[in-house]
Design a protein around this ligand. Structure first.
Ligand code: UT7
Length: 335
């Protein structure tokens, strides 16, 4: 697509969508597999159950369903979409899953690509898309967060397998020259602490012909130092949000909703306490879905938009954080 209008100054939020697989894995069922209990998982994480993809629910399909419902809410002609960004760490195709979502939607005029930043992925993709819109390159974008971590969880590791689930969410955003509902953002990476959470490649040495080796591709399972990730989140997330609010000249009492990456209820409560944001303003659906990685923020946002908790012009402070380590924050106004 060529540049459209260099007078575009802002972004407007037009629609949200989501999708979760039907299969429900409860805490009781997990305790048939590893030595854990519903009581332990609920008290340490707030999670009761999570969704697990079956054959039909790969990232392409989940991302497509989420995008479609967001586009329907926005009431857009599919041919007017310029950009599709899919945030995922578990693409159905390592060369990119966004193009097949574009094809399935029939969004023939949209450029589509994947972006990987683990649990910060959706926020990083939203910021990226908003920059294209504000820069005048594109008018309409769909930003999707979709992950299928169940394929990479070590189902024998009770310290990590209890946390994760599968799902997808999406937002439809549009450039406007009248106002800007994407108020501000910040992003950070610290690769030095990257070893706290990984999904590393697992290569097997083989040979093509005599004296020429190659490494066959593949991935191992999620490796996580839960305590370190926890400490990182409760320290860095309040800091980045405080800094952003200050920079944009907002007080925390002007925030209608705190929407954090859904990692652990104790992390959500701790960040809320630090920012002096009361519990009733902290959005959480961890209990039903666990940590769906890049999907948590749009999945939660879609639920709260559809049940009328998030209303037009509500101020939402959001933060994504996780592997990388990476983290970010954005301040937005719904509508
Ligand atoms: O997107 C980011 C993704 N990652 C995260 O968000 C992870 C952040 N970290 C966490 O959420 C928490 O660290 C966990 C929920 C993973 C663990 O909770 P914790 O309170 O930090 O537990 P812990 O690792 O300190 O373990 C405490 C005890 C240990 O037993 P001992 O050594 O004290 O006897 C563990 O072996 O709990 C044990 N334990 C379990 N017991 C029953 C660990 N996992 C389980 C389990 N069921 N599933």
């Amino acid at each position: 697509m060529e540049g459209i209008n260099f007078n575009q100054i802002g972004v407007s939020f037009k629609g949200s969508g989501s999708y979760v697989p039907d299969q429900i894995l409860t805490n009781q069922k997990i305790s048939q597999k590893v030595d854990t209990s519903n009581e332990w998982i609920q008290s340490r994480t707030g999670i009761s159950e999570r969704r697990i993809s079956s054959v039909k629910d790969n990232v392409n399909e989940m991302g497509y369903q989420a995008a479609l419902t967001a586009i329907e809410m926005a009431n857009w002609d599919i041919n007017t979409i310029d950009l599709i960004i899919l945030a995922t760490s578990t693409p159905h195709d390592l060369f990119g899953s966004a193009p097949s979502i574009q094809a399935k939607l029939g969004a023939a005029n949209a450029v589509a690509f994947d972006l990987t930043a683990a649990c910060s992925g959706f926020l990083f993709a939203l910021i990226t898309a908003s920059k294209f819109l504000k820069g005048g390159s594109f008018k309409r974008a769909v930003v999707i967060g979709a992950d299928q971590l169940s394929s990479f969880v070590d189902w024998n590791d009770r310290r990590s397998c209890i946390l994760f689930g599968d799902g997808a969410g999406a937002l439809a955003i549009e450039a406007t020259n009248e106002f800007d509902n994407f108020i501000g953002f910040d992003m950070r990476t610290d690769g030095g602490r990257g070893s706290f959470l990984n999904l590393p490649s697992k290569n097997k040495k083989d040979s093509i012909v005599d004296e020429i080796d190659f490494l066959s591709g593949g991935f191992s399972e999620i490796q996580m130092n839960g305590q370190e990730v926890y400490k990182f989140a409760v320290k860095e997330v309040p800091l980045i949000l405080e800094k952003l609010l200050k920079k944009m000249k907002y007080n925390s009492d002007q925030v209608d909703w705190l929407l954090l990456h859904q990692a652990n209820q104790r992390i959500l409560d701790s960040v809320g306490e630090r920012l002096k944001i009361p519990k009733e303003k902290i959005l959480s659906n961890l209990e039903k879905y666990g940590n769906t990685s890049a999907a948590t923020i749009p999945l939660m946002m879609d639920e709260a938009v559809r049940d009328y908790r998030i209303k037009q012009n509500d101020i939402i402070a959001t933060s994504g954080f996780g592997a990388g380590l990476s983290w970010g924050a954005a301040l937005i106004k719904w509508g």
